[in-house]
Design a protein around this ligand. Structure first.
Ligand code: NAD
Length: 375
């Protein structure tokens, strides 16, 4: 079995799909690992470290032509997709539901595509493969650090001979994997933290971190532990209720997502322009489709006329590329191990984990949600 690791092609991406540690583990499992020269550089993994772990450093063409499985973080550019060969497997965050036509193209090339966003996360066997969790956790941690870095005041309470400084007040909207990690990190920095979610189930998790849970009048638990989209009325009720909470805080970190949908607007323009000078909004949901905070732009930091800061934190996991890649690589290894048979890598689309994870194999679209998106 030959696995290739490519250098990422998407702008702002510093992670790599496989690190030297997982390379070593794969080599022990009799897998040959081909690493495109410089693939790990932006994540602080040198080519030499991969060689020491048993990999071969090759050029992109060689990696693409020899591999049985190509591991990536993001879906590669169209040129690379076009070079994939019949029978190969592509594994990564392929944005299958956002751009299903790219998967259809791979199906036509008879390339198998395993897209991490499609993983059925509630099956316990899938937990070691859960890239969304591992990367959200990194992003949530970094969100609290980015907020504190841009905030012109202390996070902790400081009692000094020169006087006492009050602690920062941090509000986290959306308390899933990223939100809980942001809460924990902001708490460790000494802020007074509260969390808010439309899934009442997250109350206990927020409180166990020593933060206050702000009860939402809107309850929108969906399937599989996710939230469902809100109706227009619910969204209005939520914005009205949140306006007071937001005005009462110095820092707002937003993480609310609904799978495959435009992120909900939680902080409307009125709340942004009413914010205190020095207030910081960190929007992890910022995307080209919009984000949780009005006016947030992916990868941009905007200072508003009232001197608040709106940070479009679209890919914070990439800002901690070494750790994020280390965890991502473990998720990738778990998938490869599950695919290994005496006859090489085999996808079993009847296995409930792979029935979800597999966007396409043998020219067919496997994942049910993706099939729906294509119809
Ligand atoms: P996510 O990234 O899809 O969303 C982040 C959070 O935003 C979620 O908590 C969601 O409820 C919340 N949200 C969505 N719309 C909102 C709105 N309008 N207002 C306020 N909040 C809103 O979610 P996630 O972090 O990937 O995980 C969500 C859930 O899935 C969690 O309960 C998590 O524990 C669960 N999960 C379970 C497993 C597992 O069983 N193995 C694995 C991963 C996640």
């Amino acid at each position: 079995v030959i696995v290739a690791v490519l250098k990422e092609t998407q702008a702002h991406e510093q992670r790599v799909a496989i690190d030297p540690d997982v390379t070593k583990r794969l080599v022990k499992q009799d897998v040959s690992v081909l690493v495109e020269a410089g693939a790990g550089e932006s994540a602080f993994y040198a080519d030499d470290a991969y060689v020491a772990a048993g990999a071969k450093i090759v050029d992109r063409q060689t990696a693409l032509s020899q591999a049985n499985l190509v591991a990536v973080v993001n879906r590669p550019d169209d040129e690379t997709l076009g070079q994939l060969k019949s029978g190969q497997i592509l594994l990564g965050l392929l944005s299958a539901l956002v751009e299903p036509e790219k998967i259809q193209q791979l199906a036509q090339q008879n390339v198998s595509a395993l897209s991490f966003e499609l993983l059925p996360r509630t099956i316990s066997r899938a937990q070691t493969m859960d890239v969304l969790s591992s990367q959200s956790s990194v992003a949530g941690y970094k969100a609290a650090l980015v907020a504190s870095d841009h905030y012109p005041k202390y996070f902790p309470m400081m009692i000094t001979a020169a006087g006492t400084v009050k602690p920062a007040k941090v509000l986290v909207l959306g308390t899933g994997v990223a939100g809980l990690q942001a809460i924990g990190t902001a708490k460790r920095l000494g802020a007074v933290v509260s969390g808010y979610d439309v899934r009442p189930a997250s109350k206990g998790e927020v409180e166990s971190l020593g933060a206050t849970f702000l009860t939402s009048s809107v309850s929108a638990a969906g399937s599989g532990g996710y939230a469902r989209s809100l109706t227009a009325e619910e969204q209005q009720a939520q914005q009205d209720e949140l306006a007071g909470f937001i005005a009462d805080n110095d820092i707002v970190i937003t993480t609310a997502q609904v799978p495959g949908r435009k992120p909900p607007l939680l902080v409307p323009e009125a709340s942004v322009s009413a914010a205190k000078p020095g207030a910081v909004f960190v929007d992890l949901a910022a995307s080209d489709l919009g984000g949780n905070v009005a006016g947030s732009q992916p990868y941009e930091t905007i200072t508003t006329p009232n001197k608040a800061m709106v940070i479009g934190a679209s890919n914070l996991a990439s800002e901690l590329p070494h750790s994020a890649s280390q965890l991502y690589a473990k998720n990738v290894q778990a998938v490869i191990t599950a695919l290994m048979t005496d006859d090489g890598l085999q996808i079993d689309p009847t296995d409930d984990v792979f029935e979800g994870l597999t966007a396409t194999t043998n020219g067919e679209i496997i994942n049910a949600r993706l099939r729906q998106a294509l119809n």
